[in-house]
Design a protein around this ligand. Structure first.
Ligand SMILES: *Cc1c(COP(=O)(O)O)cnc(C)c1O
Length: 424
């Protein structure tokens, strides 16, 4: 799909002709003690801070100082409907309809709330299918749901595993699990992009397959939101959850997103946990009314939310709105393929990229397995000014994010890697 050239000059040319090049300057880039920019490759772990975030958060602090409780209803960004200012942009980022999306809580909390509604085990159909290298929090959440319902937390989990000596998951293996045990599986929960390998799954295909066997299907899109074109609505998934502090650049521990498919928007019979924020906005403050469920994803809210965190999300989403996820993905595919091209020069005896080579089956991340490596390699990279992510036993994850990483970053990262591995 792309053809690249070696040498620094090519990298600089790509940066020069990059239509998104001005955005790098809209983020705070971490620096070393001499004031030089570090090469930041962990936007899949904690996205960098947009420079405009400060103003968005300070505006709400000022409103609070000036208005006190009146800030809920006055000012140009009143807090009562504040989450609504995020909905459209967030829906665009994940390819959903506004009624399907809500920003609330944190990711694992949302995952549990979704399982309250969509994991309804019976004696014969109670198992949960996850991918074998699922993110630990998801695995723990699933196990605790099994225990909560009185099932064995090991026997109740089915893992979709790669074939021996492979790293990526194959759909044929998922199909055979479902053929064999589909009628025992209540829920399929898959990471939209697997955090470890960077494999981006075909959400629609998995959903179709799951629904065919009568399973509910949900996705954890923590590594996918803001990173790939998601089309959550079209995927048909029952639900999805994601955090906003990775590719969505909204700050450490910031609020998470949640998607509930439109077909569940008006279903009042779905089991759910509720609070006053799930209740009809018009009568919420009457306080004495019987519960009146809000339609759509909003009806899963529990509490009035932390506005300062939402302000940071708004700052970031406004940037996404300005650029559009398609343009970001276009650069992401190009810079990631450039990264792959350079890495391949190191040779298969030295490194193996476990992330899929098809640009449509991955986002802005390459997981690099380095032969005979240990964590020293990661420490050496850090000393050389490269922030990357180490996963035991031998994988470095690097995310060349389109908003703020440059082709030059990628060039120097690979040069450093060569030096550390003592290659010519
Ligand atoms: C980052 C990440 C999490 C983190 O969960 P929190 O509740 O935000 O701490 C969970 N699952 C996946 C797949 C992740 O990538």
């Amino acid at each position: 799909m792309f053809t690249h050239k070696l040498g620094l000059e090519y990298a600089l040319e790509q940066d020069e002709s990059d239509e998104l090049k001005s955005y790098r300057n809209q983020f705070h880039l971490p620096k070393d003690q001499h004031g030089n920019n570090l090469i930041y490759m962990t936007g899949n772990s904690l996205g960098l801070q947009p420079k405009q975030t400060n103003a968005y958060v300070n505006k709400e602090l000022d409103d609070w100082a000036k208005l006190g409780v009146e800030g809920h209803t006055t000012g140009d960004t009143p807090w009562l409907p504040y989450h609504e200012f995020l909905t459209k942009n967030m829906a665009d980022v994940v390819g959903a309809k506004p009624i399907e999306v809500i920003v609330m809580n944190t990711l694992t909390t949302n995952l549990h709330l979704m399982m309250v509604s969509f994991y309804k085990p019976t004696k014969s159909r109670y198992k949960i299918l996850i991918e074998s290298d699922a993110f630990p929090s998801d695995k723990f959440a699933v196990e605790s749901q099994l225990r909560h319902h009185g099932f064995d937390d090991q026997e109740g989990v089915i893992q979709w595993k790669p074939k021996e000596n492979e790293s990526l998951l194959r759909y044929e293996d998922l199909e055979s699990i479902l053929q064999k045990e589909g009628d025992q599986i209540a829920l399929i929960l898959i990471g939209g992009i697997n955090y470890y390998t960077g494999q981006y799954f075909d959400l629609k295909r998995i959903t179709k397959l799951g629904h065919h066997y009568g399973c509910k299907v949900g996705f954890d899109c923590a590594h996918a939101a803001g990173n790939v074109v998601l089309n959550l609505h079209d995927s048909g998934a029952d639900f999805a959850v994601w955090c906003t502090y990775k590719y969505l650049n909204s700050g450490p521990g910031s609020l998470a997103g949640c998607f509930i498919h439109e077909r569940h928007a008006h279903n009042k019979n779905l089991n759910r946990f509720t609070g006053w924020w799930s209740h009809n906005k018009a009568t919420r403050f009457n306080m004495r009314d019987d519960f009146d469920q809000l339609p759509g994803a909003e009806g899963w809210q529990l509490s009035n939310p932390p506005i300062l965190s939402m302000a940071a999300i708004k700052a970031s989403l406004d940037l996404f709105e300005e650029v559009g996820i398609e343009k970001l993905v276009k650069k992401s595919q190009k810079i990631t393929s450039y990264f792959e091209f350079l890495l391949k020069q190191l040779g298969e005896d030295t490194i193996r990229i476990i992330t899929p080579s098809n640009p449509n089956s991955r986002g802005a991340q390459l997981s690099i397995q380095v032969k005979n490596a240990n964590k020293t390699l990661h420490d050496q990279l850090t000393q050389a000014g490269i922030i990357s992510d180490w996963r035991e036993p031998d994988v470095i994850r690097c995310a060349p994010t389109p908003f703020y990483n440059s082709f030059e970053d990628v060039y120097f990262l690979v040069e450093q890697l060569k030096t550390i591995l003592s290659m010519p």
